[in-house]
Ligand binder design. Structure first.
Ligand code: NAD
Length: 259
């Protein structure tokens, strides 16, 4: 059980983050929800999590801006003076273009959200985890933290960087009761995935179903991952059976990276 623990899950108003928040809340963990969204989406995710009778709190800071990350950390420390026990760095987005035409602004934003924000949040919350002798940092990377695809220079670079950061934190916290791992999913059925299916279907003038089939073709299983699968994997990394799993990339990709 995770009763008495507090988790911050960034990007938990939608998709994978909401699935992770739900798996943790099911086990009695209090959850700090976070995301950029309208009130409707926020109320929806709060309602889902509060259904598990745990405490919730909501933050809506833009993680591409370091000063917003600091503001969020301050606000969380005020609401939870003992700090948090589980940090899930999940917030993210995608942007696709050839390197030669890739926007510098989007490159910076990508590194800000996927790499600098996880660093700043780990820096903020690690000391209290270490002093309490237990903590979990889970960085949601991607198969794109391990292999590349064209047109995703910023995303692939940021996700590879996040894997490297994970390993350093694991080494620095080894033996303290804190672990740090990366989750590397293939295609997961979320709004971010659906947007990419829609873009492909439009560009190539093929049906939504055909575009989806072609994308999921990178999985040996030909089936996408579900958000619940990721949520339960994160919950496993928070269980005592995972005490010796640290600095790992937990790959959940339907066999994408097996060949
Ligand atoms: P999603 O679009 O459903 O949700 C993204 C979340 O991140 C939302 O809560 C959104 O508000 C938040 N977010 C986006 N930009 C932000 C910003 N600038 N500041 C703060 N919050 C921001 O996406 P998802 O598919 O659930 O993706 C979650 C994570 O999983 C991302 O890091 C993504 O790269 C990774 N991932 C997704 C897939 C996939 O196929 N869906 C595969 C591998 C990895």
């Amino acid at each position: 059980s995770l009763a008495g623990r507090v988790a911050l899950v960034t990007g938990s108003t939608s998709g994978i983050g909401l699935g992770i928040a739900e798996s943790l809340a099911k086990r009695g963990c209090d959850v700090i929800l976070h995301g950029l969204c309208g009130p409707g989406e926020m109320i929806n995710s709060k309602t889902v999590i509060e259904g598990h009778k745990v405490r919730t709190h909501f933050e809506d800071h833009d993680l591409s801006d370091a000063s917003e990350v600091y503001k969020m950390a301050d606000s969380i420390v005020k609401a939870f003076p003992n700090g948090i026990d589980i940090l899930v760095n999940n917030a993210g987005f995608q942007s696709v273009s050839e390197v030669t035409s890739f926007s510098v602004e989007i490159w910076q934003k990508m590194l800000g959200v996927h790499l600098t924000a996880p660093f700043l949040l780990a820096k903020q919350f690690l000391p209290s985890m270490i002093s309490k002798g237990w903590g979990r940092i889970i960085n949601v990377s991607s198969v794109h933290g391990l292999v590349a695809s064209p047109y995703k220079a910023a995303y692939v670079s940021a996700k590879h960087g996040l894997v490297g950061f994970t390993k350093v934190v694991a080494l620095e916290t080894a033996g303290t009761g804190v672990t740090c791992n990366a989750i590397c999913p293939g295609w997961v059925e979320t709004p971010l995935f659906i947007k990419q299916v829609e873009a492909k279907s439009k560009e190539q003038n093929i049906s939504f179903e055909e575009a989806k089939r072609q994308m999921v073709n990178s999985h040996a299983t030909q089936e996408p991952v579900k958000v619940e699968h990721i949520g339960e994997l994160v919950a496993f990394t928070c269980s005592p059976a995972s005490d010796q799993i640290t600095g790992s990339c937990l790959v959940i990709d339907g066999g994408w990276t097996a060949p």
